[in-house]
Design a protein around this ligand. Sequence first.
Ligand code: PLP
Length: 400
Amino acid sequence: MSIRLASRLDRVKPSITLAVTQKAAEMRAKGVDIISFGAGEPDFATPEHIRAQAIETLQAGGASKYPAVSGIPPLLDAIKKVTAEVHGMELGAGQILVSAGAKHSLFNLFLALLDPGDEVIIPSPFWVSYPEMVRLAGAEAVLLPPRPDTGFDLDPDALRAAITPNTRAIILNSPSNPTGAVYDQKLLQEIADICVENDILIIADDIYRQLVYGDTKYVSIASLGEEVASRTILIDGVSKSYAMTGWRIGWTVGPPEIIKGMTKIQGQSTSGANHLAQIAAVEALLGPQECVAEMRKSFDARRLRMVELLRAIEGVDCEMPNGAFYAFPKIAAFLGKKTPDGTTIENDVELASYLVENGVALVPGSGFGCPGFARLSYACSMEDIEKGIARLSESLGALH
Ligand SMILES: Cc1ncc(COP(=O)(O)O)c(C=O)c1O
C-alpha cells in the first residue's frame, strides 16, 4: 500500500539540533566515545525542592485529574506574579496559557495567529524551530540576515525594509539560542518603536532571560511602555532556568483575544499541560531561587573556559556570548579544506559530520540560518569542555 502524507509536511524540515544529538547518542550506544556539545538543555537534575513537591503531591494522590485547559490556578497566579515582577505587566483575566513547553506555546500561537500569506520576521541566526513552525501554520518566514560583525544584534534598517503589508509579527529571542547575544535597551526601544509604528506584534521568546552573565542585563521589551506591552506576546517556561526540560511546561502571556484562540486549539489537541509538572512549576517559580543562581554561576564559569579554549584554536573566531548556554564560533576558515583521508569539507554540515566521527558533536550554523558557524552548548561538565575542545582542536588541526 502506498501511503500519501499531508502536503504540509513538505514545508517543514526536521530539527537539525535533535538530529545531531541523536547521531551522537546512536554512536555512543554503539560504544563510540562522543563528547556532545549538541544538547540544548542543562546537565543538572531538577532542583531537589521541586522534585520533592512533585513526590509529595503524588503520594497524597494529587494531580490525578485533568487540569484546566489554560493551566492550574496556582500556576496561573505564579506566572501573573512573575510577569508583574519581570515585565512590569499587571495581567487581567484570560491573558495566560500554560502549554507543554515553550515550544508548544509557540506552536499554539502560530496556529492561532497566522493565515496563509501572513509573514513573520525572524532575525538570523534563529532557533531552528521558528521558521518551521511558522511554515507549518501556512505562513511565510521572512529571515533577516545575520550580523556577526556587530555581536549578532539586529539592524533596525533591515527590519524596516523587511516589513510589508502582510507582516504580522517579529520574533525576538534575547538571550539568543544559538548566539548567546543579549539585546540592550536602546536596541529593544528602536525595535519597539518600529513595531508600534507599523502595527506589528512582538513575540518575545525570553526563555533564557534568567541566564545572563557578567555585567549584562536582561531587559524585557514589554517593560518599555504600555503601547509596547499591549502588542507583546511573551513566551517563557521552566525548562532552561530550572533544569526542567523533561517536565514540559511553558507558557504564553498576551492579549486575551490571542490567548483565547490558542486555548481553543490546545483544548482540542492536548487538553492542557501535564498536571503534576504544573504543580512542580509552581514550586520552581515561587520556591527558593538560589538554585537558579547556582546553575547560572556554573554556566558562567563553563562559558568563560569554553570561549577561552575555542579562541586558542587557530582559525576559530568566537564572540563572548552574554547569555543562554551556547558559544557560536565562526569556523568558516576550515571549509574547503581536506580531511586526512582526502575528503573535501564543503560546508558546516559536513564539518559537523567529520567532527562527530572524531568524537565531538556540535551543531552546524546553517541549521540556524548562519552558515560558516557552529553552536556548542556549554551546558555540560567542565571536564567534557576541556576534553571535547581538545578533540575539536586536534580534529580541526588535522584538516589541510
Ligand atoms: C529559544 C528557545 N525557545 C524555546 C525553546 C523551547 O523550550 P521548551 O519547549 O523546553 O520550554 C527552546 C529550547 O531549546 C529554545 O532554545
